[in-house]
Design a binder for this molecule. Structure first.
Ligand code: ADP
Ligand code: MG
Ligand code: MG
Length: 903
């Protein structure tokens, strides 16, 4: 559009795009749904809806690319943007037959943000822009509705002064509330034209007083201000918090949509609403939404009045009037449109609409956010409806979100005292101490407390508090209120719109049914029913429904990676099996040493002065270890079980205070001084790099010998009982092939001894963990002595990056927020660095043994992004904590599908 920009503008770093304003109107849309990167989600979908023949008020989108230019110009709108905007405004004017700024028949517009990824409520929208003392008269006349004109004007001043001029909006809000109180009005809609005129005057005076600036009367000045404010809103603290939370890169920027206004506040034949094409909480296939008569956009979500359900069925349940009954024609059209949108986008849609004097207009559509349960149900239903394929269903699901489903719910049998019932806005059962501000939620959380954030309604400023809280509770607002939408997005329990409870911010109390709860009192929320209970209510493990099982089965049919679990106890092993684990990938035997009944035997072994004493102590441990392994093998019944031999340094098992040492000396019947000096001698400056793992076994072979014997004897016992099994003995912290060569020979000798003693044979393997860079680099030599590799990516991350997981908390956060590291490398594998070592280890190992079985047992085995990487480098399995097993199954299936797509 504007190729010939001034040469001085060439100094900006980012190239100026040839075209950066995209018009949309019936039959003339320049954008489409595929252009989200430059038009943002909102703009792209407005253009797409227009092309589908759906009524959308005409307008245009300023591309996301301009956001970077805005910041490069020091937070100012570059001059060269203006002509293109003016040109597009002319086109809107001629489409509608109104003129922007015209005193007789003024065109009003909304200015809306819209990033690539939807950021609900994060950016400010300005409505009714273009009004001033002259145009408001024109609007009053042309609409023949002065009340509406002045209502729009006062709304505009409220929004604009807040969003653009940075004034505290509560000042104007208080003025409005004072007026209503004075006149004994309950609702905004009761205000008369005279009231509204007076308000506008008061508002403008207040704006001048507070900001030192007059409220801008020139519509173009208003427009430039509003556009700049949208670009600014990309970098407000609350937007940054949201972006960080959802990994949205700062570089994406936001687009700006300028759109002609339609009015839901023109009287009782006008309305505004939001809806989901299916229930976003349960996934049920039922049109689901809320609306308000004679209101404008934000009113529904802001919780100013409690909105009414759209459908007759839903409204009847609440005893109120539905849109279906109030405006049947518009409703019928809305139904037709939502169906069209859902089948066009082939996904559940979240839509916004406005009805102006009986005429329906669509203002937004996007793929709706949903709970994990809803996501699974919708995916299954859409497969059945032949709307999507099984592969598509899997690709759409977010593995991490499954976590929500695995959370506990309230025990229906537990005794409880109901305080009130609100709306079931986001499921889950949680309890915590109540706090009334976001700041306090964050502070208390930092002190290790569990909190419930209680608010009359939430706003985007509350994001940090919502993150910190166990659950969110509001007394106003509906199922589509800010609190509800954001909570569902976070997978957090939320009860909204609970009008029976009275919240008093000033005294920090909430009152209901004669109870007065103070800050710090405990309540329990049931986000699935909307119930609020006094005190803490017992929870139970969740029950997974048919959709979950079905999706898991589909995923299992697609994935190539096996999924095992990290489990040291029968309970964990059983949980993991129930979640579909295909074996144990890591059993940490040291956890078995800490039991109250055996820790002293372990200590005896550690302080032993000679081999004989050590063996005596180990003999006490042998039957206990054997029983541990017996249980695990039995639960895993034929599935592979990898047992890692002792890893941590011995000093972790001995007491460190004098008091404890004295007591232990007494119990072990040994001399205190001797014990103390023994403990002291175990001290290490850097235990992580000290005498641990296979190094212990090189110096004290008896320890591993006992463990291997326990494994073999347990296996022999199960064989005798007619079971099959294949234990995998894993040697940790190997750096050189010589270590493994030595320890493998000892292990095999011990197993052979047991086999001939018991006269049974069973399959078993001996392998190693690859968790030191040297092991990865020399994996070809190590593979000579290994039947399998398991990457211990926790230690491999520590040793590759040269940082300790326990000490890096102090600076890792800064590294991530400064973009020096893309993510915490302990949560998601550092693919470039640690990942290269994994790949090298796999390739070298298989060069020696093409069939070498290779897996991963670090924390990363349960991280979807890392799983995608492990699939790519050709691992056989991942192993993760029991509750992450379903997540890993789904993630592995997605990895396989993504891999297929690329090739
Ligand atoms: P958000 O991104 O927070 O959803 P929106 O830009 O969608 O913000 O706008 C907020 C509200 O204003 C929505 O309810 C929307 O329907 C309404 N709105 C936006 N533009 C217009 C318009 N041109 N006419 C009428 N209502 C509008
Ligand atoms: Mg919106
Ligand atoms: Mg390790």
């Amino acid at each position: 559009m504007h190729q010939n920009v001034n040469s001085d503008k060439q100094t900006t770093k980012t190239a100026i795009p040839q075209k950066f304003v995209y018009f949309f109107a019936a039959g003339e849309s320049e954008g489409n749904a595929g252009m989200k990167n430059i038009l943002g989600g909102k703009g792209a979908n407005l253009a797409e809806m227009t092309s589908l023949g759906i009524p959308v008020p005409p307008g245009f989108t300023i591309s996301t690319e301009i956001c970077a230019h805005f910041y490069e110009a020091g937070g100012k709108l570059p001059d060269w943007v203006r002509p293109a905007v003016q040109e597009s405004m002319n086109k809107v004017e001629s489409k509608i037959g109104k003129k922007f700024g015209d005193v007789n028949n003024p065109l009003l517009v909304s200015v809306r943000s819209g990033a690539r990824a939807s950021m609900p409520g994060m950016m400010d929208t300005i409505l009714n822009l273009g009004l001033n003392d002259q145009t408001v008269e024109g609007l009053a006349k042309s609409s023949n509705n002065p009340r509406f004109a002045w209502d729009s004007y006062r709304r505009f001043i409220q929004m604009y002064s807040d969003v653009v001029m940075g004034m505290n909006s509560s000042l104007l809000e208080v003025t409005l509330e004072d007026l209503k109180e004075e006149k004994h009005y309950k609702l905004d809609t009761e205000m008369t034209v005279e009231d509204l005129k007076l308000l506008v005057k008061k508002f403008k005076d207040l704006v001048h007083q507070m900001t030192g600036q007059s409220f801008p009367a020139d519509p173009w000045e208003q427009l430039w201000g509003a556009i700049s404010a949208v670009f600014h809103s990309w970098n407000t603290p609350r937007a940054i918090t949201y972006r960080e939370l959802h990994s949205i890169p700062a570089a994406w920027g936001t687009a700006v949509n300028v759109q002609s206004m339609v009015f839901g506040n023109m009287g009782d034949d006008s309305a505004t609403g939001v809806a989901f094409t299916r229930n976003p909480s349960t996934g049920e296939k039922a049109f689901y939404g809320e609306f308000l008569i004679n209101a404008q956009g934000e009113d529904v979500v802001a919780g100013i009045r409690t909105p009414q359900p759209i459908t007759k069925v839903a409204a009847a349940a609440a005893g109120v009037m539905s849109l279906e009954e109030a405006l049947p024609q518009a409703y019928a059209q809305l139904v037709e449109i939502y169906k069209k949108l859902e089948s066009h986008y082939r996904d559940m849609q979240d839509i916004e609409f406005t009805i102006e004097r009986g005429v329906l207009w669509m203002l937004q559509t996007r793929n709706g956010k949903r709970t994990a349960a809803a996501a699974l149900k919708i995916a299954c239903d859409m497969i059945d409806e032949k709307l999507i394929t099984q592969d598509e269903a899997i690709l759409r699901l977010d593995p991490a979100a499954l976590d929500q489903l695995l959370h506990p719910t309230l025990d229906p049998k537990a005794a409880k005292t109901t305080l009130a019932k609100g709306l079931p806005a986001s499921p889950g059962g949680v309890n915590g101490q109540i706090v009334f501000t976001s700041e306090e939620a964050v502070e208390w959380k930092e002190q290790g407390k569990k909190v419930i954030l209680v608010r009359i309604e939430t706003s985007p400023e509350d994001i940090a508090g919502m993150v910190a809280a166990q659950g969110i509770f509001t007394t106003r607002g509906g199922m589509t209120s800010h609190a509800a939408v954001v909570a569902r997005g976070m997978g957090k329990c939320c009860v909204a719109g609970c009008g029976d409870i009275e919240v008093d911010y000033r005294n920090e109390t909430m009152k209901v049914k004669g109870y007065v709860l103070k800050k710090g009192d405990v309540i329990t929320l049931d986000g699935s029913t909307g119930e609020v209970y006094l005190g803490e209510v017992k929870t139970i493990e969740p029950k997974l429904d048919g959709s979950f099982e079905r999706i898991m089965k589909i995923a299992d049919g697609i994935r190539k990676l096996k999924v095992r679990t990290n489990a040291d106890t029968p309970k964990d092993a059983q949980t993991a099996r129930n979640f579909g684990a295909e074996g144990i990938g890591l059993c940490r035997t040291e956890h078995m040493f800490f039991g109250a009944d055996r820790i002293d035997a372990v200590r005896e072994m550690i302080i032993a002065d000679n081999k004989m004493d050590r063996e005596k102590a180990l003999a006490k441990l042998l039957p206990m270890q054997r029983e541990d392994f017996y249980q695990l093998f039995k639960i895993m019944d034929g599935l592979p079980v990898t047992i890692r031999l002792l890893d941590p340094p011995l000093h972790e098992f001995v007491p460190h205070t004098d008091e404890e040492t004295k007591e232990l000396a007494k119990r072990l019947n040994t001399d205190y001084e001797r014990l103390r000096s023994k403990v002291k001698s175990l001290h290490e400056f850097n235990p992580m790099l000290g005498h641990r793992g296979c190094r212990l076994a090189i110096t004290y072979p008896e320890i591993y010998q006992m463990q291997v014997r326990a494994i073999a004897e347990a296996a022999a016992q199960l064989m005798a009982e007619g079971k099959t099994l294949s234990p995998e003995i894993m040697i940790p912290l190997v750096a050189t092939d010589k270590e493994l060569d030595t320890l493998r020979a000892q292990s095999i000798a011990e197993v052979n001894k047991v086999q001939s003693e018991k006269n049974v044979k069973f399959e078993y393997t001996v392998g190693t963990m690859i968790e030191l860079p040297r092991a990865a680099i020399t994996a070809d030599a190590i593979a000579e002595h290994a039947d399998f590799f398991s990457f211990g990516t926790n230690d491999l991350t520590q040793t590759t990056l040269g940082l300790s997981r326990d000490d890096s908390g102090r600076f890792l956060g800064t590294y991530v927020s400064h973009g020096i590291l893309p993510k915490d490398p302990f949560m998601s594998i550092d693919q470039v660095g640690v990942g290269s070592l994994v790949k090298m280890g796999v390739d070298l190992g298989r060069r020696t043994k093409p069939d070498l079985k290779v897996g991963v047992c670090g924390e990363h085995g349960g991280d979807p992004e890392s799983i995608e990487f492990f699939h790519k480098v050709g691992l056989d399995y991942v192993s993760c904590s029991p509750f992450r097993v379903p997540i890993a199954r789904l993630a592995a299936a997605r990895a396989a599908l993504i891999g297929k797509k690329i090739h």
